[in-house]
Every structure is written in C-alpha cells, then in structure tokens.
Design a binder for this molecule. Sequence first.
Ligand code: FAD
Ligand code: MLT
Ligand code: ZN
Length: 471
Amino acid sequence: MTVIDDLTSALGPGAVLTEPDDLAAYSTDWRGAGSGRPHCVVRPSATAEVATAVRLCHEAGVAVVPHGGGTGLSGGALPDDSGTQVVLSLARMRRVREVDAAGDTLTVDAGVVLADVQAAAEAVDRLFPLSLASEGSCTIGGNLATNAGGTAVLRYGMARELVLGLEVVLADGRVWDGLRPLRKDNTGYDLTQLFCGSEGTLGIITAATLRLFPATPRHATAWLALPSVEAAVSLLGQVRARAGQSLAAYELVSREALDTVLRHVPGARDPFGERHDWYALVELSGATDDEGLEPALEAALTAGFEASLVTDAVVAGSPTQRESLWLLREGISEAQNHDGASLKHDVSVPVALLPDLLADTAGRLEAVLPGVRLVTYGHVGDGNVHHNLAAALDGGSDDDLRAAAGDLADAIYDAVAERGGSISAEHGLGTAKRDANAARTDPVELDLMRSIKQALDPDGLMNPGKVLPPR
Ligand code: FAD
Ligand code: MLT
Ligand code: ZN
C-alpha cells in the first residue's frame, strides 16, 4: 500500500487529491512564485482525520506540509520539488466551535478564514483585531503558524498576542488539547506560544481559542502627505500623545508604492492634486461617539502642520471615503503582482532608526543595481517596513533584478543587522529567508531552535526544510 492508498482508505477518496490539475494550486504560492511538487493533497474535515492522516504519513516516513489559505509570502506552505511530500490542507476545517461573549473568547477550527473569524466576533458585538490585506483568503491556523502582523499590531499586538489556547496534531499523530480559555495560566512551559510562529514545523494547529476585544465601530481616519520618513516618525509621537490607546493604525506609503496602486487597482484615486514623497494612513478607533476621536486627530494634525511634519491631509468624511483611503494602502501587494517581478523584504528596526535605515539602504541598493525601484511601505508604527524591490519602469529588466537578488538582499540585511533589526518582521522565514536568517543568527539561538525541533519532530517529517536549514 502506498501512503495515497492509506490516506484514501482512511479518509475517503474525496479527501485526497492526486490529479495534476488539482495539485497545481499547491505547487506555487499566491504570487505564482516557487515550484513545489506535492505527492498528493489530503483535506481532512476534523481533528481526528488530521491526526489519522499525520499518523499514516509518520508510519510511512512521509513528510507533511501544512497548508492554510496559501497566502504566505515566504514559501512555507509549498512542498519541495521531490514529489514525495504530502500537503495537508485545512480548507475543510471551517467550523466556529464556540463563541463566549461573556468571557470574550472565540474557539474556531484552524481552517476558518480570517474574515470569517472577524465576522463571528462582530456577530456578538466584539472585535477580533487581526487585520491583513489577505484576510479574505488566509486562515487563522496560517495566521498563528506565521505569527502574522498586519495593520492593527500597534494597538493589539501580533497574532500570538491574540490567542489563549491551541489544539495541535503532533508529528506522530497524537493530539495535544491545549484549548484553554484562561487569561492566567502559569502551569509550566507555554506550549501555545511555542507553536505560534513555528510555520508548521512543530505540529499542525487544528483549532484555536482566541481573545476578543470591545467592538470599535467609530473611526477617525486621515491620509496625510509627509515631507520625509523623519516626519512620519515624529508625527507618530504627536498622534500618540493626543490619541493614546485609540491609535489603531499608523501606516507609511512611499510615492512609488502609491503609484503602483494607482496604476493597477481599479477605483484607486490620489486624494491630492500634487505629488508628495511620503504618505501616512492614520486611524483612531473607539467604541462610542464620546471618545473624542475627531478632536484628537484634528489636534494631532494641527500640531503636525505647525511643526511642518504634515504637508497636506484629507480626513475621511464617510465610511466609503475611509474605505477608499484604506484601498491606497491595502491595494499595494495586489498591485505589485501586476507590475512585474518583485523581491519581497520585510524588515524591522526600533522605530526611531527607521529614517536612517531607509536612507542608508537606498544608497546601498542603488550601488548594487542602479535604478532599482524601492516600493517601500508598511507598518511604520511597529518599526516594520516592506522594502519590495522592482525593476526600473524605463529600461529596467526583471532578469537583471533577479540576477542581483542575492546582493540586493545582502545590502538590506546588512543595513538591518547594523541597527539590531530583524530580516523577517512578520512574514516568517519559510524557505525564502531561512538561510539568510541562519547566517545572521547566534549559533546558540539556532542550537536551541534545533533542540526544540528535534524534541517535537525527531524524524524531521513536519514541514522539513522550512525555518531551519538542513544540517
Ligand atoms: P499559508 O500560506 O497556507 O501557510 C503559511 C505557513 O503556515 C506555512 O509554513 C504553512 O505550512 C503554515 N501553516 C498554515 N496553516 C497551518 C496550520 N493550521 N498549522 C500549522 N502550520 C500551518 N502577513 C503579515 O504578517 N502581515 C500583513 O500585513 C500581510 N499582508 C498580506 C497581504 C497580502 C495581499 C498577502 C497575499 C499576504 C499578506 N501577508 C501578511 C502574508 C500572509 O497572509 C500571512 O502570512 C498569513 O498569516 C498566512 O496565512 P495562510 O492561511 O494563507 O497560511
Ligand atoms: C502588507 O503589509 O501589505 C504585506 O505584509 C506586505 C507584502 O505583501 O509584502
Ligand atoms: Zn505587512
């Protein structure tokens, strides 16, 4: 019996995909990048089926690659090209298991799409704050496995800060039930946190108990033109001082990134008549009308104009206008897909060092590939920028860009390392950043990570080749 026969007889023929047309969707990532070759794709519909599938693969010595929504940007959900690895998709695990409005928790299957998690929270007048442009496709299991960030980290933290407990199928098929809805639980090592950000290399998350927050239906949102990144960082302090906890998002967009959106996203419109170098999208949010969101935003903008930190501003006057401002930020990733090759970089430094980092990096990149386009944007409030590189529009070539990819990456990573930053702020390592990270990580830290991997997956069958380089 092959593992395909085993899986088919245990889970039924409908749960196992083997046709080349069906496998194609699991062979490249969301951008069409990568070229993996799954042995088959198994689609369990419940935790017990995940456990059976993993146990059968373990007994056969076959590697398993967990797959959520397939929107990851580091190649973590792709099998290698050996044709021997089984992709395990959580797409049929879409149940909302329990909503506890009084306890402010929500328990869901790992395959529930993030937008559906948000909707389940909204249905009981609560907020699940994780917010990404991919929220219509990514799954909560993938969000936790990558410890996703997004636009609300400033106020609510990364995905790992939004989870109380997990249910996980381990490498040998055993199930760990850690679905505890407790705010306080000091009973030893924090296993829930261990699985967050592990990118499917330690086990398969099958369900999660999540934290809910008070709903924040009121918003004050502004799109600002700024003279510099320095101004963006200084203005952040001004907004914080006036908005306090109601500051929900503070995103930076370069002119190059805005131009990309204006070229490719239907309905996107520049709110200003003039061109500016930098933009920020600032949003305050709250539960009620009497929280003074508009006055706080106006006071921050007035201070910003007076200190020449802001050159122009538009404040959303309606939910539709708010959406159109967010489109200019959230449309960037999608727009870049229509704009030729793009080398994705996702770095962070302490926020005060961002202006210096960006200036230094720009010089280093220009020296490697003259004319390279820096599509820079991101979560400036978190010290996190996406430095996506593209070929010059006039005369640049994608081939030259790809040929210079290694040197361009080194230029960015060296500048980040000199400032004590991270080369993967929120997208994870997968295979894309795995080696670059290992080369720059303290050997003691790598050893600790390898010890954890060895303890949980001694046969190396859980998403092998991701996060840690093979020895
Ligand atoms: P997948 O891509 O399917 O998998 C990602 C990784 O998690 C893989 O290693 C996979 O093996 C593992 N995995 C998936 N499900 C499980 C599971 N149940 N158990 C164990 N391991 C699992 N990311 C951010 O952090 N911030 C952003 O702002 C952001 N914006 C994005 C915008 C766009 C338009 C796109 C396309 C992506 C964006 N991303 C962002 C990246 C991506 O959406 C996130 O990484 C997301 O968390 C991945 O979820 P997924 O379900 O698609 O996971
Ligand atoms: C975003 O913040 O839009 C994504 O994390 C960035 C990306 O797609 O590179
Ligand atoms: Zn991001």
